[in-house]
Write a protein of this length. Structure first.
Lengths: 240, 475
């Protein structure tokens, strides 16, 4: 399954993306507070959701990209960032009536660790444990699962950090940003995502707009063989 | 200025080549939260932009503090070292450890004379918060003060943000205090099988408190607890010579009425007279929620925050009224989000960068943030990754330095007046952060040792230094 991530507006992007790739995406991954571009979904959740529905990919995944130097920091910083992320997800959930949790009860929550960012164990452990324990909407089902977007072969600490995490604080999945062979939505490269030693890579960003000279304002992602990313995203039951 | 290419580092390097300016007593002990800091001396003050500085180790007048994560994750979070500026044609020096396990990233004063570190220690009866001000001229402890937040359990999180006030000796501390309010056995689906697995889950509740440190007397006052529970711990704060401005957001609750749930929580802006725990003004604040956005205090005393990567919200410190202005040159968005930075300059202009869009702007704060100059440049590698400083302006404002294009690495210099490329340097290495030290020297950071590379204002390599830190920021 292939889909997009973008810091652009879905409703302003999907037409040009469809024109470029000739197909509907399986999912969209959006930025949530605290993060650059988080305002797009936070301040216009309805329009964004309509855009996702109209694109033919009515599944909205969730990533947060805090100020990256914070990822080197303390447990208090990780805890605060996760708290804001969860609150932003809850706000979107309440703000768009047909935006529902995944049927499998697992909403993947990605922390964005960029190539040149170092992840400390204190930050990750506090971030992950808050996500794991969050009683989303008071449902009592605890549907948030911590995951990590990173470049596994970066010289900065990423895989080595999460390897030290224990129990439910281990990320459920890695979303790898490397390598970048490019390709298209309908013809992704053969699965060759970089990976950490102990956590499976389940999503691969195989083509960034800037690197692959895409005209549409999207990056391209593909799930691991047998893994459907849409099943771990918010889903739209009908057009809002 | 001309284009330069080097096959390898010009100056010999190696740890231990220099003499530390810090005595053992001056090095802060560990055990203070979660981070690390190093210090290294800058060039002597007064070296002019555009000239290759001449400096000796004895003449070094300032230090640069390097914040990051140690190799092999020797400590669980950020550390700080003081890095020595390497004299030309001399062996490079290894930065001096200053602090480990910092509770939060350091904060520099507007004039970069001091850098604030905060540590939090759980002690009997509460959380001991210690503020340490490091003097940049000697990398020594200039002032230190502490307070204890009583009644805080040992597993609480206390996030402390120091806020300098231009024109005032008062340093405000914004404390976000998050405590566990319940532990319950819950059943959470196993990520692989989906089968419910019992586990102990903790629920948390946050509120804020304020404290104030007087740099003259060394007195700490507070904490003053604010009645903003339940609040998100993330906040934004800035200060002028008389007031502290604080943006906070109510944490949405599962049992909120439907009418409340349907709308995103509004943030609040509160204005506190420096030294006070009682707001003289509190009003709803326009979106977005606070948390990590750049913020500067303007010469008028008003405060500007850069939001959505393209809008400046100017907040009147007198009325709390917010005026939102768009910066047209920052409008462009791409699939990949970008770091954004904003710095107030002594001449009243504001320098903003958005490296992911390949643009920097110099705006006139006194004229509704009218764009005076905007410079376009190729997007560097890792435009969102740490450190967020990818482009800097020379002290005179004539030259902008920026990391080189992702394809070639190195550094580039642009004439601010014309926006044209004035020079470049590349040896094929990718740098990920770029800073200009008060002397005018440039400091670039890279993934592998030597992680610190110094350049003159004409992009001549001056030397390198090793450090055990993966660099997240320079102060």
């Amino acid at each position: 399954m292939t889909g997009y991530d973008t810091a652009g507006r879905i409703q302003n992007t999907y037409v040009s993306a469809h024109r470029e790739f000739g197909a509907n995406p399986g999912f969209w991954i959006r930025y949530f507070t605290p993060s650059p571009a988080a305002d797009l979904f936070h301040e216009a959740a309805l329009a964004e959701s309509r855009g996702a529905w109209d694109s033919g990919g009515p599944y909205v995944g969730c990533i947060s990209a805090p100020r990256q130097s914070r990822l080197s920091g303390s447990a208090a910083e990780g805890h605060a960032d996760a708290q804001a992320f969860a609150a932003a997800l809850l706000t979107a959930y309440h703000g768009v009536r047909p935006l529902l949790l995944p049927t499998n009860g697992q909403l993947y929550c990605w922390l964005d660790q960029e190539y040149s960012t170092s992840l400390s164990t204190s930050y990750w452990s506090a971030w992950a444990s808050y996500i794991v324990d969050y009683n989303f909407a008071g449902l009592g089902t605890y549907p948030l699962y911590p995951c990590l977007y990173c470049a596994p072969y970066s010289p900065y600490p990423n895989c080595s950090t999460i390897a030290k995490s224990r129990g439910v604080n281990k990320p459920v999945a890695i979303w790898s940003s490397t390598p970048e062979p490019c390709g298209s939505l309908t013809r992704p490269p053969r699965w060759n995502a970089a990976h950490c030693a102990v956590i499976p890579t389940r999503l691969w960003q195989f083509g960034e707009q800037g690197v692959c000279n895409l005209s549409a304002n999207v990056d391209l992602d593909v799930g691991a063989p047998g893994f459907a990313m849409a099943n771990y995203c918010f889903r739209l039951k009908y057009r809002p | 200025m001309r284009s330069r290419k080097r096959g390898k580092s010009v100056w010999p390097r190696g740890p231990g080549g220099g003499v530390s300016a810090l005595s053992r007593r001056e090095v802060l002990a560990g055990g203070i939260g979660a981070g690390a800091l190093l210090a290294l001396p800058d060039l002597s003050s007064g070296a002019s932009s555009g000239a290759r500085p001449v400096v000796s180790g004895r003449a070094a007048a300032r230090y640069a503090f390097v914040y990051g994560t140690p190799d092999l994750d020797e400590v669980p979070s950020g550390s700080l070292v003081a890095a020595r500026y390497p004299p030309p044609r001399a062996a490079s020096t290894r930065p001096v450890p200053v602090a480990t396990k910092l509770a939060a990233a350091p904060v520099s004063s507007p004039d970069h004379a001091v850098t604030a570190l905060v540590t939090v220690d759980m002690v009997h009866g509460g959380a001991k918060v210690t503020l340490t001000l490091l003097d940049a001229t000697g990398a020594t402890v200039a002032k230190q003060g502490s307070l204890t937040v009583t009644g805080v359990p040992g597993d609480a999180h206390v996030l402390v943000t120091p806020v300098f006030a231009p024109g005032s000796a008062i340093v405000s501390l914004v404390l976000a205090i998050t405590v566990p309010v319940g532990k319950h056995v819950v059943r959470k689906g196993h990520p692989d099988t989906g089968h419910p697995v019992p586990r102990l889950a903790t629920a948390w509740r946050s509120h804020h408190a304020l404290a104030y440190f007087d740099q003259r007397s060394g007195a700490m006052t507070g904490p003053f607890h604010l009645s903003d529970e339940p609040s998100l711990a993330l906040s934004t704060a800035a200060a002028n010579g008389s007031d502290l401005l604080l943006w906070t957001t109510r944490e949405p609750q599962p049992n909120d009425p439907a009418a409340v749930q349907a709308h995103a929580s509004l943030s609040r802006l509160s204005v506190f007279p420096l030294g006070s725990g009682k707001a003289r003004l509190s009003t709803s604040a326009p979106a977005p929620w606070p948390g990590g956005e750049p913020v500067v205090t303007l010469p008028t005393g008003d405060v500007a925050r850069l939001v959505r990567g393209r809008h400046v919200q100017v907040c009147s410190v007198r009325t709390g009224e917010v005026t939102e202005l768009e910066i047209p040159a920052l409008r462009e968005g791409r699939a990949k989000p970008s770091a954004v930075t904003m710095q107030a300059r002594p001449d009243g202009t504001v320098f903003m960068t958005k490296p992911g869009a390949g643009v920097a702007v110099l705006a006139d704060a006194a004229d509704s943030f009218r764009t005076k100059t905007h410079i376009q440049f190729p997007v560097p590698a890792s435009p969102l990754g740490a450190p967020w400083s990818k482009a800097v302006l020379s002290p005179a404002g004539e030259t902008m330095y920026v990391l080189g294009p992702a394809a070639t690495g190195g550094l580039c210099a642009y004439e601010v007046g014309s926006g044209k490329l004035a020079g470049s340097y590349s040896e094929g290495r990718q740098y990920h952060g770029l800073y200009q030290l008060p002397s005018g020297a440039l400091l670039a950071t890279r993934p592998e040792n030597p992680r610190l590379a110094f350049f003159s204002a004409d992009l001549s390599p001056l030397g390198t230094a090793d450090t055990n830190l993966h660099v997240s920021a320079i102060y």
